[in-house]
Design a protein around this ligand. Sequence first.
Ligand SMILES: C[S@@+](CC[C@H](N)C(=O)[O-])C[C@H]1O[C@@H](n2cnc3c(N)ncnc32)[C@H](O)[C@@H]1O
Length: 303
Amino acid sequence: MPYLQLAIPCTEDRQPRVERALEDVGALAVTLQDAHLDAADEQAIFEPGVGEIPLWREMTLTALFDADSDALWLLAALEAFDPGIDWTQARFEKVEDQDWERAWLDQFQPMRFGARTWIVPWNHELPDAAQAGDAAVVRLDPGLAFGSGTHPTTALCLAWLDGLAARGELQGRELLDFGCGSGILALAALKLGAARAVGVDNDPQALIATADNAQRNGMVIDVFLPQDEPVRAYPVVVANILAVALDALAETLAARTEAGGRIAMSGILAGQEGELLERYAAWFDELRVARQDDWIRIEGRRR
Ligand SMILES: C[S@@+](CC[C@H](N)C(=O)[O-])C[C@H]1O[C@@H](n2cnc3c(N)ncnc32)[C@H](O)[C@@H]1O
């Protein structure tokens, strides 16, 4: 999914004001980057939690908006919200998911999630521990950013699937991966013993990537655009999408989870979970929150 990206230079003292204004006019995500370091340096990128500020004196704030947002309208809204900031320094560009997500890409090494789940890039040897009989190993393209497991939201969902399998609640069951991206979660579920996995994504490229990654791992994942997915309920649903999308999709995801079934959702920044918990409580019990870095996973059981 493409975005409209706004980047604006900013000093430490003004950062909270600029960030608040960007969020107020509808930014889907705001990241900060040290103005004096290379963007490829992981330490130079920071997604602030509530009340957190970075140590840098000069930085660039980058905000993502829906692709169909109007830059002139946004500038006018920002000016109205905080006329004390020089918004004329803002630069706009259209970016693809991958460009934004690449900011999160760090060294993609073999990684273990939970007890048995391994994500191993194709260009790496299988670590000894990943060759154990019960290891669930997914091999992926090292060029992937989101869906390589390096992002905390993916890691949270992988750990959840691993735990579900450990409790015997995944084996032989069908899973829906809503917002499948690379297909990493559906693939891990199949390797952990799920009987079948269905991937849904509104990005046709993601569906191609998922089907391709499945084939290269010797598995099959049925993939659909949201408007084409079969209307049915699953015992296990996982959805790693942004909080705004999870809010909009609440009824759909509730309808896709069968009574007694399990759901895990991520893509939620710390501080955004309250409203989602309230919304999903209409259909789900046993709602629980887990956190990694600034990201949240919500899990629940369908009534
Ligand atoms: C954060 S990535 C997650 C990818 C992968 N499941 C993972 O956990 O790493 C979110 C994915 O959701 C897709 N997506 C976003 N909004 C969506 C929507 N409303 N319906 C279906 N897919 C959506 C995006 O195209 C993207 O592939």
